[in-house]
Design a protein around this ligand. Structure first.
Ligand code: BGC
Ligand code: BGC
Length: 808
């Protein structure tokens, strides 16, 4: 008894006297190469001194063009506006470049019309130009970062940055949320392709190169001169190391690994003068980065002397414990200088104002944040440059996708291709062949461009959205025909006369962020049509060259076995011609371009291999980091194991009901007297026909194997999508529900007899009170009246177009 009490006392005592934690790990002490400018600092202070409290609060908030109008900017004097991945002029993703410039001008005018006691504080316009200015139709689209990593060519990276900046300047955009310098360590992560490499040696070289390309070299007169833009390194820090590769997840690494692996690109980027850093959605050992004072303030602004601005990620502050999207003093206090509050800006503005008034946010902290915003705007020349369309590059639309810009992208494509297999030295092909070009990626620029292209997910677009671009097929045809050969495009691989060889282009379909998270590394586990195509050609005695499009290394042993040559092309972008440049000899037989690319990510031997990174204990990849064959290499790849990984589906990978099936352990069933039978839409009983009899409340409900956490999908503005056909009109109101919450959808069910898709924003259910962190029934449809409805697909995805409708 006494002993226990003593022990308890000792514990209390220890807790009181023990140091709070081990001393903080310091980051490198670096200094930006942007020269000190006392006159500029004096001007910042002068402007700040004249600002009222609400004006200061406005400066630290960024809204999205889909939720804040130029009038809002005029009224609230916000510091910045962004166009997110699905935001575009007038909601038209295919808007013309001139529409973009006119839009940026309108916001600029609104910013400049505000009365600031004698000063005009320009608005700063931001966008994700993460592989060229790819939100805009007609821009040059570069390979995604994973492909650039394989080039090992920092000089090229700098050139790509310069081209991107110039194309942004054509449409008047000031600020790029790029480069991503994440170090992806688990390739199941949906953002793996946004990272240059699994090994930070590449980020250390590339981060400053891209920053210098976008901003110009610090300390010279090209720095943030016209035609240059503000760069952002993101996402600080640890985004590439989340457990299981879960987007916006938790990074369990030690402080040392956070600094030396995940953070390796930051010190050189800061030295190169990067003006903004974006905080990461992810957390480190449970602590959300948007509230991490020790890293955002002590490491970044203290150790590394960063004097630019820290911007938040899309409502990322709302994930800090105790915060919501409209209230988060903790983020500002931790060191965030500008909230990215796309649709939450107004509530956030009101609350932040109150929190400064009450002292919850110290005035000194707000002043420091505003000072940083003003400093960046002054350095970027916004105060002197004038209206976007009047600037030197404004409106020079012929610079978008210009031949010289596309030549840089095409060089990037050539250098990024990695040759994994070349049995019998099938490559390079001579162009004087009778060639078959197959696969659904052959003539498909959206597929070769990947996510963050025109739309956020890179979906819902086609070749016509790339007026200057070239598919892989068109490049091949051009080369083959010029040399007197013959090329035929046949996506499904069928042919009449047996070809001399086939090039099959296939791979992952576009995705972005959490939509791309996967449970295993197996390529296309549910659909083996590409493999069947390769095997069919092989069986017919046709030599096969595979060109694999993907955002990451994937387990493709069966596809490798079924190919004579195999090229990892990653996501090459709009200049598909770069592929033919390398695959074919010149007409005279000489080698045109040899392969140059070397893997910047290790290639897995098994589909369930888990994190696989150079330097690991027991490192055992199929193709090691740095691998890449050259034409002179004589290396035969033998037969590889085809044992598939067990499917460890969590059920939360977006697809809930498709091809007639639900994930293992799920159910989709009627209740209350409704009945269901299976019918064909595309075939093989892939559809459920549900009959509601009108005898009281009846429902048809999807139940998950375990509760799903849909909070990040909700924050990403994803929707619940249902493909349906009404066969008998409803006689009473119909609701679609998520757990206890439900939305009325009767208005969408009036037309009978044809297939339609209903998109219900997850945010509507959240708003109605659903706890998005644990959803057991991710779909149900119910009514008390009679109705007959066929349902073929239920999934979580991004829906383009207006998404603010919560009832029909
Ligand atoms: C992404 C960022 C991006 C931002 C603005 C976020 O969801 O994580 O990388 O810059 O949205 O589009
Ligand atoms: C993206 C934005 C995008 C939005 C979807 C975010 O997570 O980063 O750029 O527009 O979700 O609407």
């Amino acid at each position: 008894m006494r002993v226990t009490r003593f022990a308890a006392c000792a514990a209390v005592l220890l807790a009181a006297v023990a140091p709070a934690a081990t001393p903080r790990l310091h980051w490198p002490s670096v200094h930006s190469q942007v020269p000190a400018d006392p006159a500029l600092e004096a001007r910042v202070n002068r402007i700040l001194a004249g600002m009222s409290l609400d004006e200061k609060v406005g400066q630290v908030i960024q809204a999205d063009i889909s939720s804040a109008t130029p009038d809002d900017i005029r009224k609230y004097k916000l510091g910045s506006i962004l166009a997110g991945g699905n935001s575009s002029p007038g909601g038209n993703e295919e808007a013309r470049p001139s529409d973009w410039l006119a839009l940026v001008d309108r916001y600029w005018d609104a910013g400049m019309s505000a009365d600031w006691h004698g000063e005009k504080i320009p608005l700063m316009f931001g966008i994700d130009a993460v592989h060229g200015h790819a939100n805009v139709v007609g821009a040059t689209v570069f390979p995604h970062n994973i492909g650039l990593g394989a080039t090992r060519d920092p000089a090229l990276i700098k050139q790509i940055g310069a081209v991107t900046a110039e194309e942004m300047a054509v449409t008047g955009v000031d600020w790029d949320f790029s480069p991503t310098i994440a170090v992806p360590r688990d390739d199941r992560w949906g953002r793996t392709y946004e990272g240059y490499s699994e090994d930070p040696s590449v980020q250390r070289l590339y981060a400053p190169a891209m920053v210098e390309g976008l901003q110009g070299k610090a300390g010279t007169k090209e720095f943030l001169a016209p035609g240059k833009v503000i760069a952002t390194v993101k996402h600080f820090v640890g985004d590439g190391g989340t457990a299981g590769g879960k987007d916006q997840g938790d990074n369990p690494s030690s402080d040392r690994a956070i600094r030396d692996v995940h953070g390796a690109g930051y010190p050189p980027a800061i030295q190169a003068g990067v003006q903004s850093v974006m905080a990461s959605y992810s957390s480190i050992r449970g602590e959300k980065m948007h509230g991490n004072r020790s890293l955002l303030t002590d490491a970044l602004k203290g150790d590394m002397h960063f004097d630019g601005l820290v911007v938040g990620d899309w409502n990322g502050h709302g994930q800090v414990p105790g915060c919501s999207t409209t209230s988060c003093p903790a983020s500002l206090n931790a060191g965030l200088d500008m909230f990215m509050a796309p649709d939450s800006w107004k509530g956030l503005y009101d609350n932040t104002l109150k929190q400064v008034q009450s002292g919850e946010i110290p005035m000194a902290r707000l002043d420091d944040a505003v000072r940083r915003v003003l400093r960046v705007k002054l350095r970027a020349g916004l105060f002197r440059e004038g209206r976007p369309s009047s600037r030197p590059f404004g409106g020079k639309f012929d610079r978008l996708g210009s031949p010289d810009h596309r030549a840089v992208a095409r060089q990037g494509v050539r250098e990024s291709l990695v040759l994994l297999k070349n049995n019998g030295n099938l490559l390079p092909l001579k162009p004087q062949l009778n060639l078959l070009v197959a696969g659904d990626g052959a003539d498909n620029i959206p597929k070769q461009a990947g996510g963050w292209t025109i739309t956020w997910q890179g979906t819902d677009i086609d070749n016509s959205d790339f007026p200057h671009g070239e598919s892989i097929w068109s490049g091949i045809r051009r080369d083959v025909e010029a040399a007197g050969g013959h090329a035929t495009l046949s996506a499904d691989g069928s042919f009449t006369a047996k070809p001399d060889a086939a090039i099959v282009v296939f791979g992952e379909n576009p995705y972005a962020e959490m939509v791309g998270d996967r449970p295993t590394l197996e390529y296309s586990p549910a659909d083996k049509k590409d493999l069947e195509l390769l095997r069919k050609l092989r069986a017919a005695g046709v030599p096969v060259v595979s060109v694999f499009l993907s955002g990451r290394p994937l387990w493709v042993n069966p596809e490798l076995n079924a190919s004579d040559a195999f090229v990892a092309a990653f996501l090459p972008g709009s200049e598909g011609g770069g592929v033919a440049d390398v695959l074919f000899r010149k007409a005279n037989g000489a080698i045109n371009h040899d392969f140059h690319g070397r893997l910047s990510f290790s290639w897995p031997k098994r589909g369930d291999q888990g994190p696989l990174n150079v330097g690991d204990k027991g490192y055992d990849p199929l193709f090691r980091f740095g691998f890449g064959l050259r034409y002179a290499d004589k290396r035969e790849l033998g037969h590889l194991s085809e044992i598939r990984p067990p499917r460890s589906s969590t059920g939360a990978d977006g697809l809930y009901f498709a091809r007639g099936a639900t994930p293992p352990g799920w159910s989709l069933a009627p209740s209350g007297g409704a009945s269901v039978r299976s019918i064909d839409r595309h075939g093989q009983e892939d559809t459920r026909l549900v009959t509601f009899t009108g005898d009281g409340e009846q429902a048809f409900t999807l139940t998950a194997a375990q509760p799903l956490d849909l909070s990040r999908e909700t924050n990403g503005q994803l929707s619940l999508l249902v493909d349906y056909r009404v066969d008998q009109k409803p006689a009473a109101p119909v609701y679609i529900g998520l757990d206890q919450t439900r939305l009325r959808v009767s208005g969408a069910l009036a037309a009978t007899g044809h297939w339609q898709t209903l998109a219900l924003p997850l945010g509507c259910f959240a708003h109605a009170g659903a706890d998005m962190t644990k959803i057991s029934r991710p779909f149900s449809i119910g009514t008390a009246g009679k109705m007959q409805i066929a349902i073929s697909d239920i999934r979580i995805a991004s829906a383009t177009g207006p998404q603010d409708k919560c009832a029909w």
